[in-house]
Design a protein around this ligand. Structure first.
Ligand SMILES: Cc1ncc(COP(=O)(O)O)c(C=O)c1O
Length: 485
């Protein structure tokens, strides 16, 4: 055995480094929580960042383990900072992080039962828990996938296999013009899924949305009929709960009834907002999800888990076995037999991480109240923030938020709509480069808005008031006289 191999697997070196890592991260968490780390994002351009790390890579001597951790933390975006309010990425709860660490160490690969025995059982328990929370019925079943994008694809593949009228998996699409109805504001992974399925642009039927970016139920029939007239075979419709850009919830119940009446598969992308179902206050937002044929939920969004863990739930669990009915004799003994414990039968992934343990541990140690408290807190805070914005004279809300996503813009006096576009884009860029806050931008009805997603349970009205001040300051000190973006 070589000396380096001995060192890399030395239990005592591992113990020392492991303790050092946890110590550093605990201090980091403390600093983030009280906001004493000044910047959320230590902004550098991609080229500057690459150069920094290239220098580090070629540096000799190579430095200590602690030093590398420190440098890596310093140059990362700090999700646990209360002024982090950009994308839908959760600051994960430390117990879930530790479970991820454990699962990385054990590295059970999951494709078939014997390479993930406990993990396969735990995945089943998590799937059953989600199915029961969303009242999916006795026959429901599902699978965990590495993220919502794979989850959405998995569900739409099942939709196609079920609704095509023949075995697409074996015969290919045979020139059929299959199509999926979805609102234009759907996450791009859904559009990608349709394209991966070989259906092209024609395979996407865009359902009109109202000013709040919600599907207009009365438009469904016309969309469907037009597609039929164009010779398309509509196989499915997708509803969002909620949409990525504005956090809007589609009328799921009405969409489900429409799908039932037209023989379509109904899929709900609840990657972000499905968690509302765990709260009494916001459960109404996902009413109708229980009528869906499939839905996805991301645990790395509103369930406090580190990336990635998605549940894909099917009303009729047997559909999930037909999607990837491929033979791999060295791995899967008999594809005829539906083995819930051989996950490779039902997902495009072969090796996958032991994802369920994070969710299982949070449920076991804290119960579902952890999630409901988190969702209520962040959704309530978004409503507070919206009120704060409406009370000002110089900010404009895009819409009253349904979830924890709030879109708004600064409207200084006497500026034209064109100026406002430039101003909003510049404010966002300056705030990004400044690094004190992390916010993003989005386009709604052709206008640019600043966008915040309140993912951090330790963000409060104080930071939100400071954000509004920061935007004013940024405008008056850096943007006011600049004309072009
Ligand atoms: C509504 C929605 N669906 C799907 C996804 C894709 O999920 P993932 O990033 O886990 O692949 C996202 C990501 O933000 C999303 O917001």
């Amino acid at each position: 055995m070589s000396n380096i191999l001995e060192q890399a697997f030395d239990p005592e070196i591992f113990r020392k480094n492991g303790h050092a890592l946890v110590n550093q991260l605990a201090d980091y968490l403390k600093a983030c929580r009280i906001g004493s780390r000044l910047k959320v994002l230590p902004w550098r351009s991609p080229e500057q960042m690459l150069k920094k790390w290239e220098q580090d890579f070629h540096q000799s001597p190579s430095g200590s383990f602690e030093e590398l951790i420190s440098k890596f933390i310093d140059k990362s975006i700090h999700l646990h900072h209360p002024k982090n309010m950009g994308h839908q990425v959760v600051p994960p709860a430390p117990p879930a992080i530790l479970m991820d660490f454990l699962s990385n160490f054990l590295n059970n690969s999951m494709a078939v039962y014997e390479v993930g025995p406990s993990s396969s059982a735990i995945e089943k328990i998590v799937i059953r828990w989600v199915s029961s929370i969303f009242s999916m019925g006795e026959k429901s079943d599902g699978i965990l996938t590495s993220g919502g994008s794979i989850g959405n694809l998995t569900a739409l593949l099942a939709a196609r296999q079920t609704k095509a009228g023949f075995n697409v998996w074996e015969k290919g699409i045979q020139g059929n013009k299959f199509a999926v109805m979805m609102p234009d504001v759907s996450h791009y992974s859904l559009i990608r899924a349709v394209k991966i399925m070989g259906l092209g642009d024609d395979g996407i039927i865009r359902i009109p949305v109202n000013d709040r970016m919600e599907v207009i139920p009365n438009e469904l029939e016309a969309c469907f009929q037009q597609a039929v007239e164009e010779g398309k075979q509509v196989i499915a419709a997708v509803g969002n709960a909620c949409s990525t850009s504005t956090g809007s919830y589609d009328p799921l119940e009405e969409m489900a009834h429409f799908c039932r009446d037209h023989g379509l598969w109904f899929h709900v992308d609840a990657a972000h907002g499905g968690a509302a179902g765990l709260t009494n206050k916001y459960r109404h937002l996902i009413k109708g999800i229980e009528l869906a044929d499939s839905f996805v939920i991301d645990f790395h969004k509103m369930f406090l888990c580190p990336s990635l863990t998605t549940a894909v739930i099917f009303r009729d669990g047997s559909n999930s076995y037909e999607t990837f009915s491929q033979k791999a004799s060295y791995l899967l003994k008999s594809q005829e037999k539906q083995n819930w414990y051989d996950s490779a039968q039902r997902t495009l992934e072969c090796t996958k991480k032991m994802m369920g343990i994070k969710v299982y541990a949070l449920l076991k140690f804290y119960g579902p109240e952890l999630f409901s408290d988190y969702v209520s807190r962040t959704y309530d805070l978004a409503k507070d923030f919206a009120e704060m914005i409406e009370e000002t004279q110089d900010f404009q809300l895009a819409m009253v938020p349904a979830s924890n996503i709030v879109c708004f813009r600064f409207i200084p006096k006497g500026k034209s709509p064109l100026d406002l576009e430039t101003i909003t884009q510049q404010i966002r860029q300056l705030i990004l480069e400044d690094g004190e806050f992390y916010i993003v931008k989005t386009i709604i009805n052709g206008k640019t808005y600043l966008r915040t997603t309140l993912m951090n349970p330790f963000t409060s009205k104080k930071e939100l008031a400071e954000l509004l001040e920061k935007i004013r300051y940024t405008y008056f000190s850096h943007v006011k006289n600049v004309k072009e973006c």
